[in-house]
Each structure stands twice: as C-alpha cells, then as structure tokens.
Design a protein around this ligand. Structure first.
Ligand SMILES: C[S@@+](CC[C@H](N)C(=O)[O-])C[C@H]1O[C@@H](n2cnc3c(N)ncnc32)[C@H](O)[C@@H]1O
Length: 281
C-alpha cells in the first residue's frame, strides 16, 4: 500500500509534467479531498497508508487535473469571499477579481443592518449576491440567470450558506421579466470576444460554460442588452456595479452613460487593473 507522502510526491511529479504551476499543493488538495481530510492532516501523517479505493480515486482525479480540468471543478467547490461555493458544469468558476464588486458594494452601503434590495444579473453560482447577503443580514436579493442549471446551483449555495430565506433565483434573460426597483444591481456578464475564446487557457476554454464567457464579436453584447434597462431598475439613490474585462472600461461606461446612468466611478482589483464600474441614476 502507498503512503501519503509517496502519493503526494507521485502526484506532484505528474502535475508538474502537465505544466501545473503549484503541483505539490494541488496534489495535496486532491489527496485530501479523496481522503476526506484536511491538508494539515496529510502533512502531519505522511507515513499513513492510502487504501486501494482511495488510491484509485486519487489517480483518477490526478489524471483529470493533468488534462487541465480546473482544480475547483474536480473538488466541486471554490472559495469566494471566504465562503465555500459549490459549482456545477453550468456555473462559472468564480474569480477572485470579482470580489472587487462585493467590496465596492459593502463600502458604499456600509450600514450592516440596511434592508437593501439587491439584483444580481447573470448570477452563476450566486457568489456575488450570496456574499453580500451574508455581510448584510437584513438585505434581500434576486439572482437572474439564463441557465436553469446555474440557478439550481446558486439556490443550493444559498441554502448551505444560510441565506435561502432572503434570496430568490430565477431563470430569465437579464431584466426582461422584472419589475421593481433595487438599491444595488450587480452584474458580471460574459465579456470575452468570441474570437478570443479558443485562445484561452484550457482550464477556461474547455471547462467553463460558453454562456458565461461569450460576449459576442466585440465582447460588449451583454452590456448593450443590459444598459437600457438599468436606470429603471435602480431605486432612487441606488447604484449599479458592473464588472468588465481589461481595457473595456471606456466602452462600457459609454454604453451605460448613453442609457442614462451617471456618477461613474472606476474600481480596480488588488493588482490595480480597472475591473468594475459603479454608476447611479
Ligand atoms: C461571467 S458569468 C458570472 C457568474 C457569477 N456572477 C460570477 O461572478 O462568478 C455570466 C453569467 O451570465 C449568465 N448569462 C449569460 N447570458 C445571459 C442572459 N442573456 N440572461 C441572463 N443571464 C445570462 C451566464 O449563464 C453566467 O452564469
């Protein structure tokens, strides 16, 4: 029978040959997942045996990772805003960059007990809406997605993260089926240019849902679709927070301005890149 430290060494070697950047760390995470243990346990018990069934499960997951399936998809969850979000094949794997939106909303609506009404357009795993609801315990929210499968994953995340009673997830095309005003609208729409999709890293190009990525010929289709309905969806004093790709800030701002939004602010991620626009009516 193999020992834990041997299994990690073999896995790290295999992942390193496949071009994975942090092979030892990922091998440990995969083995910990199979053994239903935490990584600290593995480090402290290197001599412990790995049973045959677990060994087979570990090899299978190593192979998937070596084929560049994203780690979060193999593990079935991803940490976002410090919370564990479950993923499905129809949800985008949430990016740390998108935490910029959560941070911006909390900063502009700092009162913890404010009964905010929140709309999340293209909710995916529900990561934006649910993170804000966790931080603002009297807020309520609606998450919209065109993908039924994504809304099911988001609703499941709302249950296990304790905000199900304050959230609703609906299948719709952006705001087409909506009436009502919201204090906060967050949106992280697909914004990759169609001709750029094939050139993305295999983890993204082959494993992320196309519906979550494809922004059309110039990457701006979804902003064109969303912008006209944004002003009427915002309550008085409300703010919209819209994520965009690198280099898209001017074009997205122009579309939102043309639709009647004002009071623009550009928000940068931790590395200083502009990634989000905030705007009001
Ligand atoms: C970039 S992902 C964002 C997911 C999640 N909000 C996040 O930040 O990780 C965009 C989401 O928009 C959804 N979507 C794409 N087209 C849509 C449409 N016409 N109406 C509603 N949702 C749409 C996709 O299914 C996907 O879940």
């Amino acid at each position: 029978m193999r020992r834990i430290d041997e299994a990690v060494a073999l896995g790290a070697d295999k992942l390193s040959h496949a071009g994975i950047e942090a092979p030892r760390r990922e091998a440990r995470l995969l083995l910990a997942h199979v053994l239903n243990a935490d990584v600290g346990h593995l480090i402290g018990h290197g001599e412990a045996p790995v049973g045959n069934g677990d060994w087979a499960g570990y090899l299978e997951r190593l192979e998937r990772r070596a084929q560049r399936e994203p780690l979060s998809r193999i593990l079935g969850h991803r940490e976002f805003w410090g919370l564990p979000f479950r993923l499905g094949s129809d949800t985008l794997d949430p990016r740390p960059d998108s935490e910029t939106i959560v941070e911006a909303v909390l900063k502009r609506f700092p009162e913890r007990d404010q009964p905010l009404r929140i709309l999340d357009l293209g909710t995916g795993s529900g990561c934006l809406l649910i993170s804000i609801l966790v931080e603002r315990p009297r807020a309520t929210g609606v998450g919209i997605d065109r993908s039924f499968a994504a809304t099911r994953v988001a609703a499941g995340n709302a249950v296990h993260l304790g905000v199900a009673e304050r959230s609703l997830f609906c299948v719709a095309i952006w705001m087409e089926a909506l009436a009502g005003a919201f204090d906060v609208v967050v949106a992280n729409p697909p914004y990759v240019r169609t001709d750029e999709l094939a050139g993305l890293a295999p983890e993204v190009a082959e494993h992320e849902p196309r519906l979550a990525l494809d922004g059309g010929k110039d990457g701006l289709n979804c902003y064109r679709a969303i912008a006209p309905d944004l002003p009427s969806t915002l309550a008085s004093g409300g703010l919209a927070f819209v994520e965009h790709g690198e280099g898209q800030a001017d074009a997205v701002e122009a579309l939102l301005r043309q639709a009647g939004l004002s009071r623009f602010e550009r928000l940068a991620d931790l590395t200083g890149r502009e990634r989000c626009l905030a705007a009001g009516r």
